[in-house]
Design a binder for this molecule. Sequence first.
Ligand code: 6GU
Length: 247
Amino acid sequence: MLEAHVITLFPDMFESFLSCSFVERAQKKQAMSVILHNLRDFTHDKHNSVDDEPFGGGPGMVLMPGPIFEAAESISESPDVESVVLMTPQGALLTQDRAAEFAQKKRIIVICGRYEGVDERVREYLVTDEVSIGDYVLAGGELPAMVFLEAISRLVPGVVGCEESTFDESHSFAMLEYPQYTRPAKFRSWKVPKVLVSGDHEGVRRWRARQSLLRTFLRRPDLLCGVQKDGFREEMRIRLTLALGDN
Ligand code: 6GU
């Protein structure tokens, strides 16, 4: 069971996400629970200020440390918070491996950054991990937090049934998925590849393995080199053998 506490200025942004996503399924299966905390609830002045001008001048506003620390401390009263994650474009890029690590935890806090930034003392004295979802800038950490939570939720044990295992998917083994087709077998003038409707199961497996390798080579060759993960070489041997045949 993973308990994810989200500290945000915009809890409303999470409503539809939490009611129709993998996260909802994870919550129903009691594998994960997401608890929202409105940063404004941890302010004390009459304007409920959460930000102020940067010392030294410059554009934009900076989230003050006070409300963020108070919000986090109200959560860590329940003990054993394992990680305090700050969503920020300055963080380490989110990967499937990283998501899998967080999926093993019991209780985490996710802080959604906003505006021009967050007071550095939050980073220094509260945050344990900084996560970015890609090399582009968004106005706030809410969408990234949802991306992060969904990536995690699919990996919490018991959420995705084994019939739709996460094992064979893009990136679990640093390989892209093969092309998929469904009915009709002929749409307009476009037919699905013959082997897929041939009933030749071995042929289908081989075709898929070839497509997956080819696609990875053409689109993401970076995934094929330099990967020194445990089991990767063995997985590659199996896939290459299947794709190329050894008889
Ligand atoms: Cl985590 N936050 C923001 N504001 N922008 C981002 C991001 C995070 N990841 C990519 N761009």
